[in-house]
Write a protein that binds this ligand. Structure first.
Ligand code: KG4
Ligand code: ZN
Length: 355
């Protein structure tokens, strides 16, 4: 398998330069098939998404082989749908971007194979995009996009990271989770409370019924310096609290509320530290958990107190989507990056390796 890295990128040929206007973005890193068309001048033209949530729900989590097979079924119809929505034909596409990692290897390879093949058939360049760079730059799709530099809080199902962002491709990881990602902690706690899959949004909704100050959960790793996180203890704490409770629906909601408060407050404490440490004044949040209303409100409150600005994508671009991949692909293609005829995918891919 060819590894996708800076060295595999080369300058675009003449065809690419002439037609590098509209980028097709393909996202298949996990359980969402996302497609988008991004125009360098007009912005986002169309985006389509198919979520496999219903299929995986009966198993209580993502089944990688089923995910890959479903991406195979959905990709081409979704591309046709996006083209129709934008009133375009495939001849209008100037470049193809696909998620090359990190993620589930089978799922990634479906998007990479389809993306690379279409680019070859259409005679346009292709580029593999880093999924977390997609999340990181998703707020750029909004009207009030942040200017560089900024601190980014990336909170998804697979990652929790604080990143100092100086510009596109200039990322320094300030801290990250040593065990479960924030989204993973939401999902596992929700599963344990019998809330089903995917747990994050369900647990967040239940937390609204919870009463304040019934339980107080720890804020992990906030009693020592540093910007790393550890969320796995919170799910054990939730389980113990549940087992010791009278196990009513109200208990469940109270636990959901205390759990969410602990995650939100821990993230807020580390964001404050990261902002103070870097001296930056713009805070960006992205990734699935940034759709969480309490987290948004808490970070807005923090920013207001300190005179900082806070930015996040619209809810549908917090979770996985094709728009963020089309956007990053557009930036990279416009900067002259693209790949040879091979393709690859990287289930693990440190963001600091990007250029
Ligand atoms: O970014 P994303 O769509 O996929 C990954 O790259 O992982 O994030 C999915 C994660 C899941 O863990 C999901 O439970 C969580 O984001 N999530 C939420 C909310 N919406 C999605 N967690 C808490 N509150 C939410 N409202
Ligand atoms: Zn994601």
């Amino acid at each position: 398998m060819q590894r996708q890295n800076a060295k595999s990128l080369r300058a675009p040929g003449p065809a690419a330069t002439m037609r590098a206007m509209i980028t097709l973005g393909i996202e298949t890193s996990c359980d969402e098939t996302g497609i988008a068309l991004y125009d360098g001048e007009r912005g986002l033209l169309a985006h389509t998404l198919y979520s496999q949530v219903a299929m995986h729900a009966e198993f209580g989590g993502v089944v990688p082989e089923l995910a890959s097979r479903d991406h195979v079924r959905k990709l081409l119809p979704l591309i046709d749908q996006a083209l129709a929505e934008a009133g375009l034909s495939k001849a209008d596409i100037g470049g193809v971007a696909y998620t090359a990692g990190p993620g589930l290897i089978g799922a990634l390879l479906v998007g990479a194979a389809v993306g690379r093949s279409l680019a070859w058939a259409w005679g346009v360049p292709a580029v593999g995009v880093h999924h977390m760079e997609g999340h990181l730059l998703a707020p750029m799709l909004e009207e009030s996009a942040p200017a560089f530099p900024f601190v980014a809080l990336l909170v998804s199902g697979g990652h929790t990271q604080l990143v100092a962002v100086e510009g596109v491709g200039r990322y320094q990881i300030l801290g990250e989770s040593l065990d479960d990602a924030a989204g993973e902690a939401f999902d596992k706690t929700a599963k344990m409370l019998g809330l089903g899959y995917p747990g994050g949004p369900v647990l967040a909704r239940l937390a609204e019924q919870g009463r304040p100050d019934i339980y107080r959960f720890p804020r992990p790793m906030t009693d020592r310096p540093g910007l790393d996180f550890s969320f796995s203890g919170l799910k054990t704490f939730s389980l113990n609290t549940w087992q010791q409770s009278t196990q009513t629906e109200q208990d469940k909601a109270d636990i959901a509320r205390a759990f969410q408060e602990a995650v939100v407050e821990t993230l807020a404490i580390k964001c404050r530290r990261a902002m103070e440490q870097t001296g930056m004044t713009r805070l960006v949040m992205a990734g699935g958990v940034s759709a969480n209303r309490d987290l948004r409100a808490r970070l807005r409150e923090l920013a207001e107190q300190r005179g900082w600005q806070v930015y996040y994508p619209r809810a549908e671009f917090c979770t996985d989507n094709g728009a963020m991949i089309a956007y990053v692909g557009h930036l990279r293609l416009a900067a002259g990056q693209h790949e040879g005829l091979g393709f690859g995918a990287r289930p693990r891919w440190p963001m600091e390796e990007l250029d």
